[in-house]
Design a binder for this molecule. Structure first.
Ligand code: ADQ
Length: 406
């Protein structure tokens, strides 16, 4: 942030993302492709970079190869200007053990903070789809003198069991923080909603260092940001809440104001894509006043021949529709479709091939999946359940490189 405090960004990107399996079978959750061209981690990195936070460490651990490759190729910054986005793998700096939790990931990487000497450290998760201007949260943090400020939003109370639930006063001071409670408390003005943490934190450097050191000495701790560090800082009266609904994004409208999605399950990941291809999506990927950056592969433009057509869909570069038809779907770079094939309400990742006469409905096909001629996916749910992964919501998923059965 120009002229303001010196800010270091730490992005927690070591999550395993079990509930997104098979999409996370051989990649970390932040590396899961999204919206044709992007990976999930591009959202948080774009948010930070758009706010002029350009010194960022991305802490990785689980199956990090494709995440690491994506960050080093896409997010190369000019070191001449003192900017960097660097993936930091778990290095066992403090002995022969991997990160035991997200707080331990930062504790084991404290050298990054010592080297950078920031005034403020923003610690953000890497798994969510949203636009946020972190500078507005930092401004509140500095003005309040808090040790930590936690970004939060309202969700239906029934969904709050998956989150850190916050009870805050009018003065924004957090009175209680319950990590993933079985019975989340509702809000006084809205009993069916809870105020939950987005997993994005803004720390004064000293408060972060002190909390991490105390946590490291506690043998009973699970060394988790939400499970250990937040309750500790709340108990010392040092934690404040930042209400995400007050965050203003240039070019955003009433429709997508406050949009934030945890795409942690196949069904939520699928629904977020169906929103993108709807006629009036809630989330506007095309808002170029707050761009979401990535580096798409080099491909010629999409090509439609032999009657190939697409409606209500996003079609990336390098796609060739050689006679097939597409409705309500996202086609990533390099997808091929042959004569008389049909794809509806589906997400096709890079290099998927759809053979002549094949039908694909309500499906997610990971990279390089091959659907041979006349195969059927998403047509007979019982048959799909025997052959493929089918989500609770009935979405058929084929993992990377799989070949559909005819
Ligand atoms: P969860 O998302 O369940 O809850 P977690 O699994 O720790 O928490 O993931 C948070 C972020 O940390 C993710 O970006 C993940 O990739 C990363 N991460 C997890 N383990 C890591 C490790 N060992 N090393 C590096 N990175 C790691 C959290 C908070 C809740 C909050 C929700 C909002 O704990 O309070 O409500 O995020 O989604």
């Amino acid at each position: 942030m120009r002229g303001g405090p010196r800010v270091l960004g730490i992005v927690l990107a070591g999550g395993e993302g079990k509930r997104l399996s098979p999409l996370t079978q051989d990649r970390a959750k932040p590396a899961v492709p999204f919206g044709g061209n992007y990976r999930l981690v591009d959202f948080v990195l774009s948010n930070l970079v758009n706010a002029d936070i350009r010194r960022i460490a991305v802490l990785t651990q689980y199956k990090s190869h494709s995440l690491d490759r994506h960050i080093t190729t896409t997010w190369r910054m000019s070191s001449l200007l003192g900017s960097y986005v660097t993936p930091v793998p778990a290095q066992q700096r403090l002995g022969p053990r991997w990160f035991t939790g997200s707080a331990d990931a930062i504790y084991q990487s404290l050298n990054l903070i010592y080297d950078d000497r920031p005034d403020i450290v923003v610690v953000f998760g890497a798994d969510n789809v949203y636009r946020m201007d972190p500078a507005q949260m930092i401004e509140q943090h500095v003005a309040s003198g808090a040790g930590v400020t936690i970004a939060a939003l309202r969700v239906p109370r029934a969904d709050a069991t998956e989150f850190g639930v916050i009870d805050a006063g009018e003065d924004k001071k957090i009175r209680a923080f319950l990590e993933k409670p079985a019975d989340p408390p509702g809000l006084p003005d809205s009993p069916d909603e809870s105020f939950v943490s987005m997993g994005n934190y803004c720390f004064s450097t000293d408060a972060l260092l002190e909390a991490l050191r105390a946590d490291a000495e506690d043998e009973d701790s699970v060394h988790d940001m939400g499970g250990s560090i937040m309750p500790m800082l709340v108990s010392t009266g040092d934690a404040y809440v930042y209400d995400f609904s007050t965050n203003v994004i240039p070019g955003s409208t009433e429709r997508d104001h406050g949009y934030w999605r945890d795409v942690g399950t196949i069904d939520s990941y699928y629904d977020a894509h169906m929103d993108l291809v709807s006629v009036t999506p809630v989330f506007n990927m095309y808002n170029d006043k707050w761009p979401i950056y990535t580096l798409p592969p080099q491909f010629p433009p999409a090509k439609f021949v032999l009657g190939g057509r697409a409606e209500e869909s996003m079609v990336s570069a390098g796609v060739i529709l050689g006679g097939g038809s597409v409705l309500g779907s996202v086609l990533s770079p390099g997808v091929r479709m042959d004569r008389s094939s049909r794809v509806e309400d589906s997400v096709l990742m890079d290099g998927v091939q759809i053979g002549e006469g094949a039908v694909v409905r309500r499906a997610i096909l990971d990279k390089n999946v091959v659907v041979p001629p006349w195969a059927r996916i998403g047509v007979d749910e019982a048959a799909d359940r025997e052959r493929y992964h089918v989500s609770a919501g009935g979405i058929t998923v084929l993992g990377k490189g799989a070949r559909a059965i005819v």
